[in-house]
Structures are given as structure tokens and as C-alpha cells.
Design a protein. Structure first.
Ligand SMILES: *Cc1c(COP(=O)(O)O)cnc(C)c1O
Length: 474
């Protein structure tokens, strides 16, 4: 089996499934993650792809992994619609700032890079549901950014309801407002009385309630969904083409600030496909499990410490298992053994080294310094996540190969953090500034499985029986 449009589990326990089933499945049923059974070689296509506008390039790249699941005309239409919501004609423009090129991934509806994947995933879900006549109820728990991007991806869609739990009072005011000001009838925000971990626990408990899960057609949008990774591979090609053309260089290197290893894994796939990328630079904040792994071969869990780049405050990277699969030479038995060992001992070890990835840590002080420097010297505001990347990238600059740093959020999303650092209230965006005046809708619930299930049951019953009333309530 080596068809990029048929999907296997990293743990080897499922029969190959189509792209469509892989998207709906999310996590593989054997507990592993889904991967295409082969990575297609894109090198013969690079010249034809070089000049394509973003949405067309996206359709070309994705077509290789989609197979018969989606007809080509539908795929073209899906990518066109998904990227029309971005405010820049280039969708993900790359600008030169000082010694690096900044790939701005934050021009989507919620001003964070997660929109690139979730705008597409929302439309993809809708397309698949229209074909099958089914409905889907998405349930998620968020600490901030994923929730708003997921909501923006599915708001107003007929066959989809979305329920997002956030920890009451523990996200930033901006993050909370980006979710609760969305009043579409199919969007249901839940403020949980508890922490993010409480939300995660409730989420797990509900997904483990198989009869509830089946009855209510529950689906997930977390970062393990293959379609999210796939959508992210596109901008690696896009920026490599643009920057090579601009500089005359044969290739780029790309620096990725990372938490769950999703974004950097997409870059890894782009490299394997033959994108002109010399190497990847992985950057973490002080939650450095991944940086430690790439520098020592030991993957060991640490305590999660809060930083100014909260979307990267992660010590178990949910996509790491996908990388492990390739690193072990596509050996699912070995992945199983390693993951079991990690589960038992909180640690796993791999010999040898990875040629294609270097890694480093941006500390709190270094990140603050680089935000000040880029602001003062280049008149460019880096959000704290992007700044972690730029900090690390500056240690790995090359003479002949341009360095592209992925900018994962608009600075205005973390405006207060930036104001504290540069001692000036400078990071603004009309979408963020306007949020505080908008009406909101949110359900406040205890962090209990039964309370959330009751709310879902009542809400869905109301929508089912009286769709118009449900719409009017918004
Ligand atoms: C989610 C997120 C990240 C981390 O991305 P991963 O795919 O989890 O590595 C970095 N920056 C921002 C702003 C994010 O929202």
C-alpha cells in the first residue's frame, strides 16, 4: 500500500481508510494517529506550482492526498472559498524584516495561524456532510486560540453545531470575546467553572461515553486531524516559492514556533515532498520538551510553566507520534513500544540524529528583547509566539539561504503583553479593538460531564424540533 490518499495508523492497528474517513475519524481507532500510506514526490511539479495564487496551490497540493474522496472541481471550490476570508490578497504574505523574512499567517478571521487550517476544515466538513446527508456536533475544549478559530471555521454552517468549553475567567479577555461574540445559532460557548485541564477532562469523559457520542454524532477539531496538517503544508511551498523568487536563492530554511508539533510537522511533510526547504528550525519557549528532544534524543515530559506565549505552553506534543513513525523508518510496532514506554515512564529515547531539523529555546527575557529590538530597529511588531521563533532563528542564520520565520499570531491578539514589554500601547487591530462593545452569548456550567451533556441535549433538541426558533435565539 503506497497511495498517499489512503491512510494508516501510526500504531498499525487499522485497515487503510480513505481521506474522507481519515478526516471524520480524527484519531485512529487503535489510539494512533492517521498518516498517508506514502508521501508523494512533488519535485516534478514544482515549476508548474511556483507562480500559482494561494488557493490554487492549495488545491494542487491537497489533490495529491485526497484521491477520490473529493472531486477536483469541488476541491478547487473549497480552497477558493476557504481562503477568500483572508484579508490579504496573498493569503499568507511574506515580508522581509531585518535579517529574516516573516511569513504572516495571521490574516484570517481570528488573526492566528490556526485559521489557515480551520477555515478549510469547516468547509471540508460541510462538503462531506452534504454528500452523506449526516450532521455533526463538534465538541472541543480550548485554552484560547483553537476555540475561536474552530468557531470561525464552522459558524453558520447548516449541518454542524459547535460546542466549545473554555475555562471561565482564565483565558484572556480578547480570547474569550473572540468566541462569545459569535452569535450564530450553531455556535454554543460554554464557560466552565474550572481550569483548562478540567475542560479537557470533561471532553475526554464525554468522548468516552460511546452511546452519547454515537447518538449525538460527536466530532473533534483538535490538532490531530490530518486535514489540519495537510492545509498547513501549503504555506511552506508558497513562501519558499515567493522568497526564492525574490532573493534568487535555491531554497529557504523555515523557523517554526511550536507547541503541539503540528505546524512544524506540516513543514516536515512539505520537505519530504520536495519543497525547496533546506532545513527546519524548531523553536519552543521554556516549555522545551521538543527542543530538548532534537538536541539530545530524549523525549521527557516536564512541568508546564506559564509564559507570555501561552499557545506553546505544552509539554506533550500531540503530533509528535507522527514524526516518530517516520523517524523509526515507518515501523508501527516500534512506535507502539515507544509510546507505551512514554506512557509508563514519562520518557522515551531515540538514537541517531535528525538531519532536517535544528532546535532551540527562546526564554522569556530573550523574547521580550527581540520584540523591543524589532519594534525599535525595524518598526515591526512581533507577537510573543513569533518572537520565540525569531529569537531562535537568529542563532541559525545562513549566508546563502534566506531564513523564513513563521508569524503565528497578529500582535494585537496579545496586545497587553506587548504593551508591557515595549512600555507603549502599540499593538492594535480594528477586529480586536471592536470586540469589547459587541453583545455576547455564553452558557456558564460546572466542570461536570453530566451538566455539559444535559446542555448539549437540550440545545440540540431545541434546534431539531424548531430550527427557526433556534435561529431566532441567536
Ligand atoms: C497553536 C499556536 C502555536 C503552536 O502551534 P502548534 O501547531 O501547536 O505547534 C503557536 N502560536 C500560536 C499563536 C498558536 O495559536
Amino acid at each position: 500500500m503506497n497511495d498517499p490518499a489512503m491512510y494508516l495508523s501510526t500504531r498499525g492497528g487499522i485497515e487503510p481508510v480513505s481521506f474522507r474517513d481519515a478526516v471524520l475519524m480524527g484519531l485512529a481507532t487503535d489510539g494512533g494517529l492517521l498518516l498517508p500510506s506514502a508521501i508523494p514526490d512533488a519535485t516534478p511539479k514544482l515549476d508548474a506550482w511556483r507562480q500559482l495564487p494561494y488557493a490554487q496551490l492549495a488545491a494542487e497540493v491537497m489533490a495529491l492526498f485526497v484521491g477520490d474522496s473529493i472531486p477536483r472541481t469541488a476541491l478547487d471550490e473549497l480552497t477558493a472559498r476557504s481562503y477568500a476570508t483572508f484579508r490579504d490578497p496573498e493569503v499568507t504574505p511574506t515580508v522581509q524584516v531585518g535579517p529574516v523574512h516573516i511569513l504572516e499567517l495571521f490574516h484570517g478571521p481570528t488573526l492566528a495561524f490556526k485559521d489557515v487550517a480551520l477555515q478549510f476544515l469547516g468547509n471540508l466538513f460541510e462538503h462531506i456532510l452534504e454528500q452523506t446527508g449526516a450532521t455533526l456536533n463538534i465538541l472541543g475544549a480550548t485554552s484560547g486560540d483553537t476555540g475561536s478559530a474552530a468557531i470561525a471555521g464552522v459558524r453558520g454552517k447548516d449541518r454542524i453545531n459547535v460546542f466549545i468549553m473554555h475555562p471561565h475567567g482564565r483565558t484572556s479577555a480578547v480570547q474569550e470575546r473572540q468566541m462569545t461574540t459569535v452569535l450564530d445559532a450553531n455556535v454554543h460557548n460554554i464557560a466552565i467553572d474550572g481550569t483548562f485541564d478540567d475542560g479537557q477532562r470533561v471532553l475526554k469523559e464525554i468522548f468516552n461515553d460511546i452511546s452519547f457520542k454515537t447518538e449525538f454524532h460527536l466530532g473533534a477539531v483538535n490538532s490531530v486531524n490530518w486535514a489540519r496538517i495537510l492545509a498547513q503544508t501549503v504555506y511552506y511551498f508558497h513562501t519558499a516559492f515567493r522568497v526564492c523568487e525574490r532573493t534568487g536563492a535555491p531554497a529557504i530554511q523555515a523557523c517554526v514556533p511550536t507547541g503541539n508539533f503540528g505546524d512544524v510537522f506540516a513543514g516536515y511533510i512539505a520537505c519530504q515532498m520536495g519543497a525547496p526547504i533546506r532545513r527546519l528550525i524548531l523553536a519552543t519557549n521554556e516549555n522545551d520538551i521538543l527542543a530538548r528532544f532534537f538536541n539530545t534524543g530524549v523525549y521527557r515530559q516536564g512541568e508546564v510553566r506559564p509564559t507570555t506565549s501561552p499557545a506553546m505552553d505544552i509539554q506533550i506534543a500531540s503530533n509528535f507520534e507522527r514524526y516518530l513513525y517516520y523517524r523509526t523508518g515507518s515501523a508501527p510496532e516500534q512506535v507502539r513500544t515507544l509510546m507505551n514506554q512514554f506512557q509508563r515512564e514519562g520518557e522515551l529515547r531515540i538514537d541517531g540524529c535528525e538531519e532536517g531539523i535544528v532546535a532551540g529555546v527562546g526564554t522569556h527575557e530573550q523574547t521580550a528583547d527581540i520584540i523591543r529590538t524589532y519594534h525599535k530597529q525595524h518598526g515591526y511588531l512581533l507577537d510573543p509566539h513569533t518572537a520565540v521563533g525569531v529569537t531562535v532563528a537568529e542563532r541559525f542564520l545562513l549566508n546563502d539561504i534566506p531564513t523564513v520565520c513563521l508569524a503565528t499570531a497578529h500582535p494585537a491578539k496579545f496586545g497587553q503583553t506587548i504593551a508591557d514589554i515595549v512600555k507603549e500601547d502599540v499593538a492594535h487591530h480594528a477586529l480586536i479593538d471592536g470586540l469589547m462593545d459587541l453583545p455576547t452569548r455564553c452558557e456558564f456550567l460546572p466542570a461536570e460531564k453530566s451538566a455539559v451533556q444535559t446542555f448539549m441535549r437540550q440545545t440540540l433538541k431545541r434546534c431539531d424540533l424548531e430550527p427557526r426558533v433556534c435561529k431566532a435565539i441567536s
